[in-house]
Design a protein around this ligand. Structure first.
Ligand SMILES: C[C@@]1(CC(=O)O)c2cc3[nH]c(cc4nc(cc5[nH]c(cc(n2)[C@H]1CCC(=O)O)[C@@](C)(CC(=O)O)[C@@H]5CCC(=O)O)C(CC(=O)O)=C4CCC(=O)O)c(CCC(=O)O)c3CC(=O)O
Ligand SMILES: NC(=O)C1=CN([C@@H]2O[C@H](COP(=O)(O)OP(=O)(O)OC[C@H]3O[C@@H](n4cnc5c(N)ncnc54)[C@H](O)[C@@H]3O)[C@@H](O)[C@H]2O)C=CC1
Length: 227
């Protein structure tokens, strides 16, 4: 079994070439669009949903078989046809062009594989079995879906704003770090929708006070090292 290296890629506005227009392509295109990719899809037949996306202008459809050269200028390539030899040919062309490729019918033949993905605003939970059992990755995602509600997205958004604010108002790196670690010990506040900067400042002050008190207890109030 391969040992894969997980990353989160920035694909916004970047061209991603998808060959194939079946249910697998539909799932992967949805993930690409969620991340703002510029999707070009080559396939003689596509699902109704993919046809609709093309009609709406959300993806560019080349309504024909994949042709050599279609992948030029792409950041990522997806070989998702039901023709094993075609997928292998596309993977070979991508490799020659130095473009990472995902191969649907033989994961290990590609350069990268996709995890099951659950999004809650900026919080992204991903699950992979390294190709051992895609169905199990999907099942764990379903379990996470029940555990992690939509409010987690609001909470993480809020933590992002707290962090941005802390960056502006707390120059001391060590204190800031203590504070931000402390902040995630809090349960999500009930009234996050009523967020305003004053409330935020109160929250930060409260946390800051806690950190300082703890520093005093340990006789380290002037000794935040930032490490
Ligand atoms: C290697 C990988 C490469 C890649 O596609 O990137 C790959 C490869 C293959 N999948 C196959 C089959 C199935 N794939 C799914 C579902 C998903 N497959 C996904 C990823 C991956 N699939 C990568 C590994 C990820 C990992 O292991 O963690 C998910 C997680 C993400 C996504 O696709 O977006 C998505 C779930 C998303 C969700 O639920 O949210 C189901 C379940 C279903 O359809 O309900 C089945 C049938 C049951 C089964 O086989 O388990 C086959 C055999 C094809 C054949 O028989 O011809 C191959 C070929 C091979 O084994 O190499
Ligand atoms: N990686 C994964 O998560 C999974 C992978 N698979 C594999 O992925 C393959 C595709 O699965 P589905 O989408 O369900 O198949 P599908 O049969 O629904 O769709 C196949 C698509 O490939 C297109 N196609 C055929 N020849 C082509 C060519 N020369 N150029 C461009 N497009 C071409 C067809 O027009 C069609 O749109 C399956 O053969 C299977 O081996 C299947 C399930 C999950």
């Amino acid at each position: 079994m391969e040992s894969y290296y997980p990353v989160l890629l920035k694909v916004k506005g970047r061209r991603c070439l998808v060959a194939g227009g079946g249910s697998v392509a539909q799932r992967k295109v949805r993930g690409l669009l969620e991340a703002g990719a510029d999707v070009v899809l080559a396939a003689p037949q596509v699902t109704p949903r993919l046809a609709e996306l093309a009609r709406q202008g959300d993806i560019r459809l080349l309504a024909r078989e994949y042709e050599s050269g279609d992948l030029s200028g792409a950041m990522l390539v997806f070989a998702l046809t039901d023709q094993r030899h075609i997928n292998a040919r596309i993977a070979e062309e991508a490799r020659r062009a130095g473009i990472p490729v995902n191969v649907a019918d033989e994961g290990e033949a590609g350069d990268f594989i996709l995890p099951a993905v659950l999004r809650r605003g900026p919080l992204i939970l991903t699950v992979s079995t390294s190709g051992a059992s895609p169905a199990y990755a999907g099942q764990i995602k379903e379990q996470l879906d029940k555990t992690f509600g939509e409010e987690l997205g609001v909470y993480v958004d809020w933590l992002g704003r707290l962090r941005e604010l802390a960056g502006r108002v707390i120059p001391d790196v060590g204190l800031r770090r203590e504070l931000l670690r402390e902040a995630v010990q809090y349960p999500p506040p009930e009234d996050m929708e009523d967020f305003n900067e004053n409330r935020f400042m109160l929250y930060i002050k409260e946390l800051e006070q806690k950190v300082i008190e703890r520093g005093v207890q340990h006789g380290q109030q002037d000794n935040y090292s930032g490490n």
